[in-house]
Design a protein. Structure first.
Length: 664
RNA sequence: GUCCCCGUAGCUCAAUCGGAUAGAGCAUCGGCCUUCUAAGCCGAGGGUUGCAGGUUCGACUCCUGCCGGGGAUGCCA
């Protein structure tokens, strides 16, 4: 039951009788929403103002007409008290207690779905998320994609949609050329035998470092030239402007721009210099760098050989892939994430030439500087689908992927949970997909911001490396254990064994990381902080899990068989206190929250909802005795409210991929 | 240079399609545990929503310009 949707449906007819254009009716229906303040009722309709303007009548008059129409309809009267008109023409709606009670009882008896309906029609969604680069270690950004994608996937499925999770792993790109090159030249056989993934990661970093070194070596002189150029120009301008006040005004903008560029160049040069220094300050690296002066081209050629089917490189690829994948699987297991399919870049390799041909047949391909390009309206640069040297790029792979998904699953929508820096790429990809008519499915870039450190810069270790995911999870669990232990020790009778504490810490620690990710608006950057995510107050997983455990502890303490009580025909929820009613409305808003989450693919709409439920519960818990409530019917009613609260929290957290514990 | 995103309380973040007095948490201050987990609850203070205009009954939200931060920018993904 979606309260809001029910209200909107009921009032829709009334509006439709006055306005012909269905689009306008939709817009007006959209103005019905939860009230901003309890004193304005439970829901408010803000449609009288725009309608008044449209019909040329005072909004309050329109509101009065609408209210008259509302009270003439038995099905709305059954739901709502007579509406009130306030301010310029706001219509305030208050749900009837009897109706609310009946609905909350219905939800309480629904074992599986808590009253949440199944979407109709069900749609097919392909959710593309996680997508780590097999050759590179995973970093915090991958958690965001993985966790957000997983939450969307779970929620879509729960609402009855056909959700297909697809992990588009990077298992075929230049990074593999780097590993292969590294393995051929720098490998430590013993280390490889002991821990293949660790050694491969070392080879990747080493090769990467040498490539960066040579890139820096060529880039630095150019940057230096530019620096000199800018300084010269600045000097000229300064001299000119001292002699000529009018010229000074004209050049002030340029002065500023050059100043900014000067800062940029200086920063770039510092970075380049540090890459050079890292090698120069290490005798062994210096030798390696000189010995591998052509490493950049060599790596590209290893990649090209792999793609061309070179037996040696292909054999190495086949050898490297499984341990890398199993390393990634380990992280997924810890996160509790399972992705339906893993169809990476390599899966599409033999389809790429066909895609370029298809585009060519549709007259979409033009050659430019030797590369095959798709030129798109509204973009300054084309999308390259085949390089001058004949190699394909990620754009080609992504087009082939869309083509495959369309043919395999006929999806209604494809969601890409990928960070915001690729928004330009996706804009081009989607435009090209429409041009080539590969699919009619909704294509959505579910983008997300960067995870930042305390300093407001992308989350890195002090030495500037990306933070390994395994260590990140370890740290969260370690800190969670300290919090759990401290709390349990503070009880008169500690109730958790060492194993239980470790298990709770594991669940609480992982939940903290996931929840922090999900609770922030995905489009903005957010600051990663163990202290904040593990805080026991505020909008955190810990608070929510605590609320859940507190509810469950009531049943244990009172020796209540809640599953049996829930099924008793005579047991029902009745309101005897305002906090019970407020909690009930919260509990009945679950479907509304899920719909809102999926409408914009915003998991934080669900976390906000769950936090609201937990808060309403805490208020209720504070103000109403449960086990000691008299008479028996009130005690039963409150137990049922507690039960529905617990199940709502567990279900909602579950849809976010977050576990709960019975004691903490 | 061009394009995209962001700028909200001291801090971290919300605010649904343009709605009533811009909300939470942290931090600060004041109350509430012989009573179901105080990891809690109740209350107070704290804001020119970057700046300047515009659109209208109404703007954090839409439009224009500016300032500040980040990102993307033809053969990496």
């Amino acid at each position: 039951m979606n309260l809001l949707a029910s209200l909107r449906r009921a009032i829709r007819d009334i509006l439709a009788a006055r306005i012909d254009d269905p689009a306008v009716v939709d817009e007006l229906v959209g103005t019905i929403r939860p009230s901003t303040d309890p004193k304005f009722g439970d829901y408010q309709a803000n449609c009288a103002m725009p309608l008044g303007k449209r019909l040329g009548k005072p909004p309050r008059e329109i509101a009065a007409e609408l209210v008259a129409a509302v009270v003439a309809r038995p099905e709305i009267v059954a739901m709502c008290e007579p509406p009130e008109i306030a301010g310029p023409g706001f219509i305030n709606l208050r749900l009837r207690d009897e109706w609310l009670a009946a609905e909350v009882n219905r939800a309480a008896r629904d074992e599986e779905r808590l009253g949440v309906g199944i979407a109709s029609p069900a749609k097919t969604y392909v959710v593309d998320y996680s997508g780590p680069n097999v050759a590179k270690p995973m970093h915090v950004g991958h958690i965001r994609s993985t966790v957000i994608g997983d939450a969307l996937w779970r929620t879509l499925k729960f609402l009855g949609h056909n959700a297909i999770g697809d992990n588009h792993v990077g298992d075929w790109g230049t990074q593999f050329g780097m590993i292969i090159y590294g393995w051929k030249h720098f490998r430590d056989e013993a280390a490889y035998k002991a821990n293949a993934v660790e050694e491969l990661a070392r080879l990747y970093r080493l090769t990467r470092q040498l490539i960066d070194y040579w890139d820096a070596a060529t880039a630095l002189p150019k940057a230096t030239d530019r620096l000199v150029e800018i300084k010269t120009r600045l000097l000229t301008i300064q001299t000119e402007s001292e002699n000529d006040k009018i010229a000074a005004k004209k050049t002030s903008a340029e002065l500023k721009r050059l100043g900014a560029e000067l800062d940029d160049i200086a920063a770039v040069m510092a970075t380049l210099q540090s890459k050079l220094d890292a090698v120069h300050n290490n005798a062994r690296l210096s030798v390696l760098a000189v010995d591998h002066a052509a490493i950049n081209d060599a790596v590209l050629s290893e990649t090209a050989k792999l793609h061309a089917g070179d037996p040696e490189n292909l054999a190495l690829w086949r050898e490297f892939l499984p341990p890398c994948m199993s390393d990634i699987e380990t992280i997924y297991r810890r996160l509790g994430v399972k992705i339906d399919y893993t169809l990476g870049e390599s899966f599409y390799h033999d389809r790429l030439a066909g895609i370029v041909e298809l585009l060519a047949r549709k007259n979409l391909v033009r050659e430019s500087d030797g590369a095959k390009c798709v030129f798109l309206d509204g973009f300054d640069f084309p999308m390259i689908v085949q390089k001058r040297d004949g190699a394909f790029l990620y754009s080609t792979t992504d087009l082939a992927t869309i083509d495959y998904r369309e043919k395999t699953w006929r999806p209604d929508a494809i969601l890409y949970v990928v960070d915001h820096r690729q928004s330009g790429h996706f804009a081009q990809l989607f435009a090209a997909t429409r041009l080539a008519d590969l699919t009619d499915a909704e294509l959505a870039h579910v983008s997300f911001g960067t995870v930042l450190g305390d300093d407001g810069k992308p989350f890195k270790t002090r030495s500037g490396d990306t933070v390994g995911l395994g260590g990140l999870l370890d740290e969260a669990e370690r800190r969670a254990l300290a919090i759990v232990s401290e709390n349990d020790d503070a009880k008169p009778q500690p109730e958790l064994s060492a194993e239980e504490r470790a298990n709770v810490a594991r669940i609480v620690g992982i939940a903290a990381i996931k929840y922090a990710d999900l609770a922030h608006n995905r489009t903005s950057d957010y600051v990663f902080s163990y202290d904040k995510m593990l805080a026991t107050k505020g909008n955190t997983a810990t608070y929510m899990q605590y609320a859940y455990a507190r509810v469950r502890s009531i049943f244990r303490k009172g020796d209540v068989d809640i599953d049996a009580l829930r099924r008793e025909a005579a047991a029902e929820i009745v309101f005897t206190h305002p906090s019970e009613r407020a909690l009930a409305i919260g509990l009945l808003s679950l479907e509304e929250a899920l719909d809102s989450m999926l409408a914009g693919y915003y998991p934080h709409h669900l976390t906000t909802y769950l936090f609201d439920v937990a808060t309403r519960y805490s208020t209720f818990y504070q103000e109403c005795d449960v086990l000691k409530a008299e008479p028996e019917s009130t005690r039963t009613s409150r137990l049922l409210l507690c039960d529905l609260t617990a199940r709502t929290l567990k279900l909602g957290l579950g849809l976010l991929g977050i576990e709960t514990v019975e004691k903490m």
